[in-house]
Design a protein around this ligand. Structure first.
Ligand code: ATP
Ligand code: MG
Length: 637
């Protein structure tokens, strides 16, 4: 095969031939009759007429060759639990769970809402749904009752699968009371609730409605539940976006297109091989968890490591900033996937921890979810001695839009600050925000958009709301029917793309448009800055001014006013020198932590609202309310 450029070109010029070939990476019960039906844009239907099943491809298919091989490894540094399921054991447990769901009246197309911590049973539950054609809706564990209630109402699940509790940094969070309250708040009531009892928190059980997972699994032990053959275009699951910019949207995904997209990405992008171990530090509550903790690695015949806990605590529950690398050594992890926010946490640890373990199995570390700043990328790349592959995508896309395809030879070099090039199947465009005109010259900044038809694995629609799908995503660039990512981007002369922030993250200072992202990059290059957020704040004179919040890496700046002022002075000077006086923040405040979503993304809109003394809006995805309190206190708001 030629270069990646040839590979990409073929996917764009002959998409049906290209994807027909990729479709051979999975098992079909009935092969597709039509590769792509794009007759009703912007809806794209892939592999029409084909029948398959995600669980079959993730589990059953591997029994012939790798029944005894590890499939699922669940490690919790919260409880000290560590357990491995072989493909055969996983197959047995998934069937028992599927039989349990069937016994509770769950049928094809019914929804099952999964509200669980990162335990192996959560993955078993997801696979059991896939097996019988039930649609799973995984809601991030630890979301409070309000956000859970709105998702229960939207999904109308027949059954909810949950647990007594999750745990984070040694703090037990009882899920059951939150779930009971959510069900009370919701107009829709599930017929049954299944509970994994980890022995972490007491549970009140409602007679007739609540069941114990362990009891059901014993009752259905040894059950044989064949996979239900689903249409490729049936719904596999719904998942909500992070809600960084507003009310989360229920993203709906298909069966066949998703299976093919994941199988192809495991081969061409992640270069993950059957028999190896994949370790994604994400959570099943996010899209990364769906694609690269559960389905992607298993479809590829890899073992997947499911991790509960902070990156800084060991199995003995003592502080240990080297736990992830210890696991890489122990389970011979070959591909790892994490987020820049997690690496920034590790950056505060002793760098010697990166050298303590044998990491020779590891080929690459993939990072996604937010911009990867250069100092963070260099730090982890130097420390691990493996390539750091930034990848840019969204809940909506299901798999990377921009990155480097590690499995296509010759491998393209990484470039700091850029997630890479468009992945096969994606017609990525940079468009003028006002005219919709395509910006083809290198270095021109515009809205990053995707021209239809979107590739397999991409969202089908918004759950039960085609109009919202079309109106939200496909009508935002004037004069064109393209999918807007709502991110700014540019492309350099070699075709590498750069993400310059979200389209609502631009500020206007005295008539000049500035990306908060650029100011953040500049501030992050200061040696004593661990994390930074910059927001635009309304200003009577200039329209808007930049306001910076900085987490110092060390020293007294977070607590001592004089030290904070000294750091502020240095940062202001740095920004003036690099970006000019216009970009100089009005203030640089030192804080101990930044307001983030539970997925680790900065909640700039909440900081901005507090700065402008507005109601910060929907805070259900906010991780630590203390961080926003600190911002309030600093501003006297
Ligand atoms: P909502 O859409 O509800 O506001 P969200 O956009 O944060 O929430 P996700 O789908 O989890 O929800 O995140 C996708 C977004 O994350 C992208 O649109 C982009 O802004 C950002 N992002 C993801 N990966 C990268 C990356 N590698 N570099 C820069 N930004 C990234
Ligand atoms: Mg988004």
């Amino acid at each position: 095969m030629g270069s990646y450029a040839d590979f990409y070109r073929r996917s764009i010029e002959a998409p049906e031939a290209f994807w027909a070939e990729q479709a051979r990476l999975i098992d079909w019960h009935r092969p597709p009759e039509q590769i792509l039906d794009a007759s009703r844009p912007p809806f794209a239907r892939w592999f029409v007429g084909g029948q398959t099943n995600l669980c079959h491809n993730a589990v059953d298919r591997h029994l012939a060759q790798r029944a005894q091989q590890p499939a699922l490894i669940a490690v919790s540094t919260e409880t000290g639990a560590e357990r491995t399921w072989s493909f055969r054991e996983l197959h047995a447990d998934v069937q028992a769970a599927a039989a349990s769901l069937l016994a509770l009246g769950v049928g094809r197309g019914d929804r099952v809402l999964i509200y669980m911590p990162m335990v192996g049973e959560a993955i078993v539950a997801m696979l059991a749904c896939a097996r019988i054609g039930a649609i799973h809706c995984v809601v991030f564990g630890g979301f409070a009752s309000g956000s859970l209630a709105s998702r229960i109402e939207d999904a109308e699940p027949r059954v909810v699968v949950s647990a007594d509790a999750g745990s984070r940094g040694g703090k037990v969070i009882a899920y059951k009371p939150l779930l009971d309250e959510a069900i009370r708040l919701s107009r829709h009531k599930p017929a049954a609730v299944v509970l994994v009892d980890r022995g972490l928190a007491p549970m009140d059980r409602e007679a007739g409605r609540d069941h114990l997972w362990a009891e059901l699994m014993v009752r259905h032990q040894g059950a044989q539940v064949p996979c239900t053959w689903l249409e490729a275009t049936d719904v596999s699951y719904t998942i909500y976006t992070s809600g960084t910019t507003g009310k989360p949207k229920g993203v709906q995904r298909d069966v066949g297109g998703y299976a093919v997209a994941l199988a192809a990405s495991m081969k061409h992008i992640f270069d993950g091989r059957a028999g190896e171990t994949y370790f994604s530090t994400s959570d099943i509550g996010w899209v990364v968890g769906h694609s690269y903790i559960v389905y992607g690695p298993l479809i590829a015949g890899m073992a997947t490591l499911c991790y509960e806990g902070l990156p800084t605590q060991g199995l003995d529950r003592q502080p240990d900033g080297g736990i992830w690398w210890q696991l890489v050594e122990k389970y011979r992890v070959s591909v790892m996937f994490s987020a820049p926010t997690a690496v920034r946490v590790l950056k505060k640890q002793d760098p010697a921890l990166l050298k303590k373990y044998d990491l020779s199995s590891l080929r690459a570390l993939f990072l996604a979810g937010e911009p990867l700043d250069e100092p963070t990328a260099r730090w982890i790349s130097d420390g691990l001695g493996v390539p750091i592959i930034d990848n840019y995508w969204q809940t909506e896309s299901g798999w990377p839009i921009l990155t480097l395809a590690r499995g296509v030879e010759p491998q393209q070099p990484t470039r700091f600050g850029s997630p890479g090039v468009p992945m096969y199947g994606y017609r990525v465009k940079i468009l003028h925000e006002a005219t919709g005109e395509e910006l083809t010259e290198p270095g021109q900044k515009g809205v990053l958009a995707i021209e239809g038809p979107t590739p397999p694995g991409f969202m089908q629609t918004v759950w039960r709301d085609d109009a919202r799908f079309v109106d939200t995503y496909w009508k935002s660039v004037p004069g064109r029917s393209v999918y807007s990512t709502f991110d700014w981007g540019i492309r350099d002369a070699e075709g590498y793309y750069y993400i310059l922030g979200r389209t609502d993250d631009v500020i206007n200072v005295a008539g000049h448009r500035l990306g908060t992202r650029e100011i953040e990059e500049c501030i992050a290059s200061h040696a004593n800055v661990a994390e930074v957020a910059v927001v635009g704040v309304a200003d009577a004179l200039k329209g808007q001014v930049a306001m910076a919040f900085v987490v110092p890496r060390s020293g007294a700046a977070a607590t001592d006013a004089d030290a904070a002022r000294a750091l502020e002075g240095e940062i202001l000077q740095l920004v003036s020198a690099r970006l000019g006086a216009l970009a100089r923040p009005a203030r640089v405040h030192c804080v101990t932590g930044l307001p983030k979503t539970r997925s680790g993304k900065l909640l700039r809109r909440a900081i901005q609202a507090v700065c402008e003394r507005r109601d910060p809006g929907d805070l259900t995805t906010l991780d630590d309310p203390g961080t926003l309190q600190q911002v309030r206190a600093l501003l006297g708001a």
